[in-house]
Ligand binder design. Sequence first.
Ligand code: SIN
Ligand code: CO
Length: 332
Amino acid sequence: MEEEIESRLVFKEGEQWQAECGPFTTFEKLEHEGASLLIQAVDHWHGESQGLVRCFRFLPNWRIDDLMISYSTPQGGVGPHIDNYDVFIIQGLGKRHWRVGEKSELHEFAAHGALKHCESFAAIIDVELEPGDILYIPCGYPHEGYAIEPSLNYSVGFRAPDQNDLLSSFTDYNIDNNATPERYTDRVMQLRERPGQIETQELRELHRVMLANCQTPEALIPWFGKMISEAKHELDIAPVEPALENEEILQLLEDGAQFIRLGGLRAVYFQQAATSLFINGLHFDCTGFKELGHHLCDQDEIGSEVIDLLHENHGALTLFTELVNNGYWYAE
Ligand code: SIN
Ligand code: CO
């Protein structure tokens, strides 16, 4: 019912698939069989649901996308499709029948403006999920699930960017940040007998210019850190007003406050660049207190264990205060 929440209702009218995007004012469709309501990024808005995402912290932060929750009435489902991410589908309420096919080049088409389907496929997994069961579907495997009973499904999705996504994002970053990009010039220009031909050394030089700013994995760090730490779905950010002072943060910690990372907020660092933190698309320097920086990225909550460190290190305390004032970590 709220503007910021990404939601969809999927149902069939006769043989025709229908999909409507929220916000919704009526849920009358869910009074009938064959309907599903899907809500993206629930972990961004609902504190308790973050517990489900935390269970997947054995995988790196940067791969986590969001928690999607769907409710379906019997026969409800979104139809056969292929996702661009890896997903763990957890069965909550009710039973659901899932079919998963082999990874293959299936024809994809719009069954409706907001619903992409793929052609039918032979199942390599054909199961009935019961409450507590988990089905893992890697990126690219066709699947379809239909509720047997009223069903709740919790899907924890993991980003799997493809080559084109990465290159286009890297190029966008360079357009914004590289004011003097290297340009193609002729190293040697000789009289041409075949002006129609692009010569081998010219193609080589084009190739060199194209790759000039991504010669090493480390050259990707500023772009990738910013890009991967940006939230794909809206965050429920509430900056602190009026802003807290360093001493007030320390006092809160000493009074036993636990600071929780905002649901869906992305915080990462690189093994090769340990003093750089990337949080919500911004770069923060943690030279002199990288233990705190890494702790913030690795843990979902922080509390009394950082008091001594914050007392001893003014830079660390100032950074933490800034992050709290931005609304990135909040005290319960
Ligand atoms: C659903 O939960 O209804 C659909 C999940 C999916 O197949 O991606
Ligand atoms: Co899917």
